[in-house]
Design a protein around this ligand. Structure first.
Ligand SMILES: [Zn+2]
Ligand SMILES: [Zn+2]
Length: 232
């Protein structure tokens, strides 16, 4: 069967994302756009994933726990995980490898931790929008060692991407999946990187972008396990 996905969505916890990116707004917008599966991928954190999953519990949509980790080379890598426990393990490690500088919310934007009713639980004080001290290989290993799939993010973009920063996809990277942004054509990248599985997601920071790419993934059944099987 086919399912419609968007595996790269930020919540109001990412300082650069709109404060309207709340658990209920995200799930409802995804349903409105007839998506079957979404992933929540905030910058270097997963503290809003659980609330989005709780909202989705009663609804016909899969929410994959995820995170967008910035390596010390300033490359963005998406981690998609099988369960919350795994994403929290990774979050602990990422937090320990992030500088403990305070976020300047007036400059970078606020970092809101929300509950399943979209109430603000607290504002995260530490800065998220910065590089960890983990290398590219360390980030890929960290994700893979925690039931995750590592996906170099928006490889077609001129900044914070593996191609812009390294010029190539290292052959020993240990991942089979690559992501392109909403600005490029899937066909072109599938031809060019035909040894890889190429996915395309919205990287939504505002509600209007959720599901804008609306691509299909062939899966055995509508489950996280099947999605993971199709992505690696
Ligand atoms: Zn990014
Ligand atoms: Zn992103």
């Amino acid at each position: 069967m086919k399912l419609y996905y968007d595996f790269h969505i930020h919540t109001a916890l990412s300082p650069c994302a709109d404060n309207s990116m709340t658990p209920n707004n995200i799930v409802n917008m995804a349903l409105l756009n007839e998506l079957d599966a979404i992933a929540i991928t905030d910058h270097n954190t997963a503290e809003n994933v659980e609330a989005v999953m709780e909202v989705a519990k009663e609804k016909d949509i899969i929410v994959i726990p995820g995170m967008e980790i910035e390596t010390k080379e300033e490359i963005h890598i998406l981690g998609l995980f099988l369960d919350l426990e795994s994403v929290y393990n990774v979050q602990n490690k990422v937090y320990s490898m992030l500088p403990t500088i305070k976020n300047k919310s007036n400059i970078f934007g606020s970092q809101l931790i929300l509950d399943k009713n979209d109430n603000i639980v607290k504002e995260l004080d530490r800065i998220l929008l910065t590089a960890t001290t983990l290398s590219l290989n360390q980030v890929v290993d960290l994700i893979k060692n925690n039931n995750g799939i590592a996906i170099p993010a928006h490889i077609d973009r001129p900044s914070y991407s593996i191609l812009s920063n390294l010029g190539i996809i290292p052959p020993d990277l240990g991942t089979l999946t690559l992501e392109i942004s909403r600005f490029s054509k899937l066909d072109k990248y599938r031809k060019k990187y035909n040894n890889y599985i190429i996915v395309q997601s919205s990287d939504a920071h505002e509600l209007g972008y959720i599901g804008i790419t609306k691509n299909e993934l062939e899966v055995e059944s509508k489950s996280i396990q099947s999605i993971f099987k199709s992505l690696q």
